[in-house]
Design a protein around this ligand. Structure first.
Ligand code: FE
Ligand code: FE
Ligand code: ZN
Length: 272
């Protein structure tokens, strides 16, 4: 059964998100662990989590994707900024233990002039401080578009980070269709070729989630502006191929397109 859903607001809790997901024909979803600007997280509501877990089981919601605030920068030149990313992610992972077996995605960060190598080192060392062998969450590096000095727009960069991480069984990758196309991987013309390259450089066994987005910008634009499915440069057929690709079977597919619930429901239906 195809696992597909979208990004949902977490402000009303987990049970609310679960019900919202079901109401739009989704069987997975993504949420921000806290305000995306990176403010303090609300304490975990254990009763809400318990209610969600039984609702999720009943409705076959299997793997959900937590997303770290996108303002974190694990490879900033500023130690305080790196420390803030570390504390936030550590706290998020502790809270994720209430929902074991899911994934936690983050943007690797921007090296802001220090160079890719230095950026990769900072990210790996942060991960080495927060990953533990007994945690129940896999932490995912998101493939990026290469806007500004973003690390992670080349598969090689993600592979280098993973190579430096000690707890390898707790690290994976989230593949964003808008970002990879913007970064210069031609999933519109050669999806099989891109997946093969991913497999050779990172390994498909490291792939744990997919963000399904169309893009407002042409190939290799390094822009990162998501578009509704079918209204951008990728188009419906390419994205339908992605969600039904045999090599990606079983992964959670989350839409992050500019939509309200109604629009998401229509895109989910169309892609199914
Ligand atoms: Fe993201
Ligand atoms: Fe994304
Ligand atoms: Zn994006």
């Amino acid at each position: 059964m195809l696992k597909i859903g979208c990004h949902l607001s977490s402000s009303k809790g987990f049970l609310h998100m679960g019900k919202e997901a079901v109401s739009i024909g989704a069987n997975t979803f993504q949420f921000f662990t806290r305000n995306p600007r990176g403010s303090k997280a609300k304490p975990i509501d254990e009763e809400d989590v318990r209610a969600y877990l039984s609702y999720a089981k009943e409705h076959e919601i299997e793997r959900i994707v937590a997303h770290a605030p996108y303002t974190l920068n694990a490879c900033s030149a500023d130690e305080k900024v790196r420390e803030f990313a570390l504390m936030t992610m550590k706290d998020d992972l502790e809270r994720m233990e209430y929902l074991p077996g899911n994934v936690y995605n983050f943007h690797p960060g921007s090296h802001v002039g220090q160079g890719i190598e230095k950026g990769i080192d900072w990210i790996a060392s942060l991960l080495n401080e927060i990953l533990t062998p007994d945690q129940h969450t896999i932490v995912l590096l998101e493939t990026m578009s290469g806007k500004g000095s973003e690390v992670g727009s080349r598969f090689e960069e993600l592979a280098d980070i993973i190579e430096k991480v000690e707890c390898k069984e707790k690290i994976g990758v989230c593949f964003d269709t808008c970002h990879v196309y913007d970064a210069g991987y031609d999933i519109a013309g050669n999806l099989d070729g891109v997946l093969k390259e991913f497999d050779q450089i990172i390994g498909l066994e490291k792939l744990y989630a997919v963000h399904v987005n169309d893009t407002k910008n042409p190939f290799k634009s390094h822009k990162d502006r998501h578009e509704k499915i079918g209204e951008g440069y990728l188009g419906t057929e390419v994205l339908r191929k992605v969600v039904h690709h045999p090599l990606l079977a079983g992964l959670p597919f989350c839409l992050e397109t500019p939509n309200e619930l109604e629009g998401y429901a229509a895109e989910i239906k169309m892609l199914r």
